[in-house]
Design a protein around this ligand. Structure first.
Ligand SMILES: [Ca+2]
Ligand SMILES: [Ca+2]
Ligand SMILES: [Ca+2]
Length: 352
């Protein structure tokens, strides 16, 4: 018995145990690392032990370029490899416009498959030629790891669709406008408040006797707006921001779409189609108003409306779009609203 005790206390055995522990420890680390690298998410059902209990490590960190030119067809990926599946949030913010775009996911590998930025924003305002801040967070990890970076936009994404105006080229001679005597209604540029670009249309004034504040009438040139003919696949889109005298049932934008049904070059209110669409206040901040041009023949209950012309929404005959801002006359405060970026798109709504 004494011999056995002496053996156990011998330095040889202690070194042996110590080395075994060290060896096992290295094995565990190796296995963990290998399993991290080799996990194929597609073949695993349910969370793996590594996803649940494994350490969170960024195995391959973000390596973003200095700048991107979306106009030239470039895009931005956020290639990263994590040690486990965990929620991640990528948030992009334009330093001047305040435009936002976010991507979320829980894949272990972040790539162009789950986060490919082609230059768009989640909503208006759109990104401009500006520095964009990138923030990546891992909300389910105890670590305070937040990745911050930036990238400069050198070329904007190309819009799909037929742009009517983004108010960037001033007030055109063949347009028209109406403003109440106490209202300023005009194009404003360079105050970093546009939905897209540098300029937008703004109404501002106190009108205590009428809901009508002001309107801007975008008329087509003699050659028309050159819109696609199919009304059932064509969407009208415009950015709208209501700033003062806002609130549900308190203010709205009314559109008049005038069609030259007999194609004589002029609109006759008594014999031709004027389709009217009302967009009521939804929230402060920029909102994207979008609807199908063909749906203008229905009222909000889905019934066919009565108009003066042939009753068919015909984009190729559209010769004027009137954008009219109205707000509650009894509120006692001034009314303010913006409009920007009138564009028609095919098959889907506009993507800011
Ligand atoms: Ca604009
Ligand atoms: Ca006519
Ligand atoms: Ca018509």
């Amino acid at each position: 018995m004494q011999l056995i005790m002496e053996f156990l206390n011998s330095s040889f055995f202690t070194v042996y145990i110590f080395n075994m522990k060290k060896f096992l420890c290295i094995c565990v680390i190796c296995l963990a690392t290998i399993s991290c690298r080799k996990n194929n998410e597609d073949t695993i059902e349910g969370p793996s032990l590594n996803d649940l209990y494994g350490p969170f490590i960024i195995l391959d960190s973000l390596n973003l370029g200095e700048e991107v030119n979306f106009e030239a067809g470039e895009n931005v990926t956020f290639d990263m490899e994590l040690s486990k599946r965990t929620n991640w949030e990528i948030e992009l913010t334009g330093s001047i416009t305040g435009a936002k775009r976010s991507f979320t996911g829980s894949d272990r590998i972040i790539s162009l498959k789950n986060a490919n930025w082609k230059g768009g924003a989640d909503q208006f305002p759109s990104f401009g030629m500006e520095k964009t801040y990138v923030t990546i967070r891992f909300p389910n990890e105890d670590t305070t790891t937040t990745i911050r970076d930036s990238i400069t936009i050198k070329g904007l994404k190309k819009d799909q669709g037929t742009l009517i105006t983004s108010f960037e080229n001033g007030f055109l001679d063949h347009w028209d406008l109406f403003n109440q005597t106490t209202v300023n209604g005009s194009i404003i540029c360079s105050d970093d408040s546009a939905a897209k670009g540098d300029c937008y249309y703004k109404w501002n004034g106190l009108v205590s006797w009428d809901w009508a504040i002001g309107s801007v009438q975008i008329k087509a040139t003699e050659s028309g707006f050159s819109l696609p003919a199919n009304a059932s696949t064509l969407f009208f889109n415009m950015g709208s921001k209501m700033v003062s005298n806002t609130g549900p049932n308190n203010c709205f934008i009314e559109f008049w779409f005038d069609e030259d049904d007999n194609e004589d070059g002029v609109f006759d209110e008594s014999t031709e189609d004027r389709f009217i669409y009302q967009y009521w206040y939804e929230s402060d901040g920029w909102n994207l108003i979008s609807f199908k041009y063909g749906d203008l023949k229905y009222d909000s209950d889905g019934n066919i409306i009565k108009v003066k012309g042939n009753g068919l929404p015909e984009p190729s005959k559209l010769i004027s779009i009137n954008v009219f801002f109205l707000a509650n006359k009894d509120s006692g405060i001034r009314s303010e609203a913006y409009a920007d970026h009138i564009i028609f798109t095919e098959n889907e709504t506009y993507k800011p």
